[in-house]
Every structure is written in structure tokens, then in C-alpha cells.
Ligand binder design. Structure first.
Ligand SMILES: [Fe+2]
Length: 390
């Protein structure tokens, strides 16, 4: 191998560019190496394909200029091996006098250019410059693509983060709203949070997916949002409601649905809000839906709602025990409640329900991404803040 770094007094080419000359005729190698060095290239030479492969592996080259006819490994053999392992190296094939077909074959197999013998040094320089230009452009394109991919990854990560923040803000807003609703209805302080916890526990046992859990979280929190439109003298009436008042009260499911269903992120929750008073046997309202025509979230919510209602104190009665609430839920299986949901409810131990009632159970109950389910703690903070302000 003959190799000399370029020290031309007037380099006309990029000295970082490395060229390898491969030819079994030492005189040609010497002539080309010296000529290219004078032009300012870092030029190396060798006399066989095997040696060329070793040099390419060891040093890396921008251009290989190779004679096609060599003993042992031919120029075409070398070209194929270079294309397999070193695809970014530009390759110029040198063929015999008038042997254009070999040149064309070399181009088909991945050569960037070909030259005919006897070599014209000016043609060699032009060819080298052209393939280097194309290689430079291809390298820049690769770098740009790489940069673009990195940029897209970064932007995607930023976008995900922003969406996460927006979703968190949505949920915090919903929790504050639910806390406000509970405060307006004196009987149900903390009710929305608890039914959300209970519903999610049952849903987890039933194998619900994250999307269903999200809809259930929001639907349970906002199930009675339609009561915003119910006058205080009906909503807070201490005695039994008249038929007319009951009809007004029942409108809260439609009002709630109307408030939420046009918001894309609450569309599924709106279905739960509309159907949360339906009963499995078709005796509920507003549509008298039967069985699985009632959305699963609403069937789950119904059990959770009854559990919390029975085990919470009311101004007119004390809370029942968990055992009594459990018996009541079993009695209503197939009537008010979906038996499959009741089975899931029964599969959960009393200790879990007690734990869910307290703050300790909040994260465990949700069973999906922990961050999202730190929210009920913020819910309590929102509740305390609202309580302090009234
Ligand atoms: Fe309701």
C-alpha cells in the first residue's frame, strides 16, 4: 500500500475527503495517488481487492476508484462486497478500453460512475468531483432526515406532555365541579369521590380497559351534574317529593347529558350520566333501558351508588352496615343491578371497601397509571377549599 497525506500547496479539493485507488498495475496506482494528492485529496493506493477491503474497514473512504480486471477478486466482486457492508462509499469503476458494457453492469450493481482505459486524468478529476458532490448531498440528506426524526421525537414528547397537562387540568376541573355539586346537595358530601372509587374498583375486577375507566371516572364524578338546573326548593326539600317535583328531579339526567355530550373528552361520560338511573330489569329512567342496553359504566355505577348511599349517614337516617348493604345489593341482583356487576362486587372483600372509603385506598383502587389517580387527593383539596369558602 502506498499512502501519503495530501500537502499540495494549492489544494483545490476538500482535504478531509479520502480516496482509495485499487489497481493491480503499481504504475497506475502511483500516478493516480500522486495526482490526486496534488489536487488536495487524502489519497491511498493498493493493488488487490482483498487489501482494498481491509483498508476500507480500517480507515473508511469517501471514494474507491477501482480497476475491473484484477487477479483474484475482480473489481465487480469488490463492488458487490463494498455495497453490502459500506453502502456510503462512492465507487468508480475503471474498465478496459471500449468496454462500456462492463461499465454499465457496474453501474447496475451500484457503482456511482465508470471510466474507460486508458485513463484521462482530467476525466478522473471530473468523475471524482462529481461523485463526491453527490455523496455530500446524500450525506446532508441523511443528516437532515436524522435531525428531522429527532426533532419529531422531541416534538411528540412535548406534545404528549402538554396533552397530559391538559387532561390533568380537565380532571382537576371536573373534581372541583363535582365537589361543588356535592356541597350543594347537603346529603352527599364526598359522595362523588366515593362512587368514583367504588365504580373503578368494580370495573377493574371486571377487566375494563383504560378508556372505559377514564369514562367511568368522569361519569361517576359528574353523574348528578344535571342537578345544577334543579331548583333548591325541590333539590333540598326535606319531605317526599310530589309527582310533579319528582318529574322535575328526573330531568337532571337529561340536563347533565346535554351539558356534557358535546364535549369530545366527556362524550362517553355523558352516556353514563344519562343512564345512571336505569335499572337492569327495565324499571329505571329516563328510557327504561333493559339489561346490556344500559352502558356497562352505568350498570357498574348503579351498584357503587347504592353501596355509598346505604353506608352513608343521611339527615333522616343512620348509615347501614356494610353487611346490610351487601345483602340489599344481592337482593337487587337481576332487578335493579346487573348480576355480572354484583358478582364482581361480591368478589371484593369488605376490607377493600373500607380502605376505598378512606384516602389510603385511592391509588390502589384504580389499578392503572398511578399519576392519573393521584387526582382524588387533589379532589379532597378542592373540597376543603370550597368548604372553607362557603
Ligand atoms: Fe342522579
Amino acid at each position: 500500500m502506498m499512502e501519503t497525506q495530501s500537502h499540495s500547496t494549492q489544494p483545490s479539493s476538500d482535504p478531509e475527503r479520502k480516496i482509495l485507488i485499487v489497481d493491480d498495475e503499481p504504475g497506475i496506482v502511483k500516478l493516480l495517488v500522486e495526482t490526486l494528492q496534488q489536487e488536495g485529496y487524502s489519497c491511498f493506493g493498493c493493488e488487490s481487492g482483498q487489501e482494498a477491503l481491509r483498508l476500507i474497514r480500517a480507515h473508511g473512504f469517501d471514494v474507491v476508484l477501482c480497476d475491473v480486471h484484477m487477479p483474484g477478486m475482480s473489481g465487480l466482486d469488490l463492488l458487490r462486497l463494498v455495497r453490502e457492508k459500506h453502502s456510503r462509499v462512492a465507487f468508480v469503476m475503471v474498465t478496459g478500453e471500449g468496454d462500456i458494457r462492463v461499465g454499465v453492469q457496474a453501474m447496475k450493481e451500484g457503482a456511482d460512475d465508470y471510466l474507460l482505459k486508458p485513463l484521462n486524468l482530467e476525466a478522473v478529476m471530473i468523475s471524482i468531483k462529481q461523485v463526491l458532490e453527490r455523496k455530500k448531498f446524500a450525506d446532508e440528506l441523511d443528516n437532515y432526515r436524522l435531525h428531522l426524526e429527532e426533532m419529531i421525537e422531541q416534538r411528540t414528547a412535548q406534545l404528549r406532555k402538554a396533552i397530559g397537562r391538559i387532561e390533568q387540568t380537565y380532571d382537576e376541573t371536573l373534581q372541583a365541579l363535582a365537589a361543588a355539586l356535592d356541597l350543594r346537595d347537603n346529603e352527599t358530601a364526598g359522595h362523588s369521590r366515593r362512587v368514583m372509587e367504588y365504580s373503578l374498583e368494580i370495573a377493574r375486577v371486571m377487566g375494563c380497559k383504560n378508556e372505559q375507566l377514564n369514562a367511568l371516572t368522569r361519569g361517576a364524578l359528574l353523574h348528578d351534574i344535571g342537578k345544577i338546573g334543579i331548583p333548591d326548593d325541590i333539590l333540598r326539600k326535606p319531605g317526599p317529593l310530589t309527582v310533579q317535583e319528582r318529574a322535575v328531579m328526573r330531568m337532571h339526567v337529561w340536563r347533565g347529558y346535554g351539558l356534557l355530550n358535546h364535549l369530545a373528552f366527556l362524550a362517553d361520560a355523558a352516556e353514563i350520566v344519562l343512564t345512571h338511573h336505569e335499572q337492569f330489569d327495565g324499571t329505571g329512567y329516563p328510557q327504561g333501558l333493559i339489561g346490556v342496553d344500559i352502558p356497562l359504566g352505568a350498570r357498574i355505577f348503579a351498584v357503587a351508588d347504592t353501596l355509598d348511599a346505604l353506608t352513608s349517614d343521611r339527615p333522616y337516617r343512620r348509615a347501614t352496615t356494610f353487611a346490610a348493604a351487601r345483602e340489599e345489593i344481592i337482593r337487587e341482583s337481576g332487578k335493579q343491578f346487573d348480576p355480572a356487576v354484583v358478582s364482581a362486587f361480591l368478589a371484593i372483600g369488605e376490607g377493600t371497601w373500607a380502605e376505598l372509603r378512606s384516602r389510603k385506598g385511592i391509588v390502589r383502587a384504580l389499578g392503572i397509571e398511578r399519576e392519573k389517580f393521584m387526582l382524588p387527593i387533589q379532589f379532597d383539596a378542592a373540597l376543603r377549599s370550597l368548604e372553607a369558602s362557603v
